[in-house]
Write a protein that binds this ligand. Sequence first.
Ligand SMILES: [Zn+2]
Length: 250
Amino acid sequence: MYKGLQLLIDLQKFDTQILSLRLKIDSIPAHIAADEAVYQQAQKAHDSAGQQRLALEKKKKDKERQVEELTEKIVKMKARAAEIKTNKEYQANLKEIEAFESQIRSVEDELLEIMEALETASKDGAAQDQKFAAAKAEAEAIGKERSEEISAAEEEIQALKAKRKELAASIDHELYEQYMGILKSCRGLAVAEVVKEVCQGCSMNIPPQLFVRIKNGEDIFECPQCRRLLYYIKPENEKQEEAAPKKAEA
Ligand SMILES: [Zn+2]
């Protein structure tokens, strides 16, 4: 293989790894946003269940107060009954008491319904609390995991960059500049393998004459379409085919 080409192939390996780590890091905020959306949804459900319970508690207190007030009224009416002189007045007083008692029964019915709703809401609430606590713990764990993923990837990039720098220093300056130019214009892939006469960078068929020259490794050649630097590696089966007849002859 042409001198320098192998170095570029190795350099490309570093750059591909660095690029893939960068992409990984860049994709993490979107994952974090998705995790947070799940958590926020759980929080919303939890909050609204809490509010519903508070509203029911308030209703319950209101109804209890109504019962107390009505009861007080009845007590007063009954106390007044002792002072009543006429039968007519007595009957009127009794009627009023009965009316208050009937009101109490209806408020107590409502109160019973509220208490049943509250019981259901409390049970649901307990389940929701548990669900929310689990969602919270999970969100925190995932958040921690994501930030650890970022630091690990950053660290890896730093290590790769150090190795890359060392390698880059051993490459001919002009060749390196050429590589960097193609790397920028060709979305991170400057060196491409030719497999079965096809450039793996752009999928173009390499003209037969050029392919022969690339195979011979006499120089560094660009792909006529994507301008990536091309290299050829003999496939394993061809290597075996070459080795096999020798073995047969021996
Ligand atoms: Zn190409």
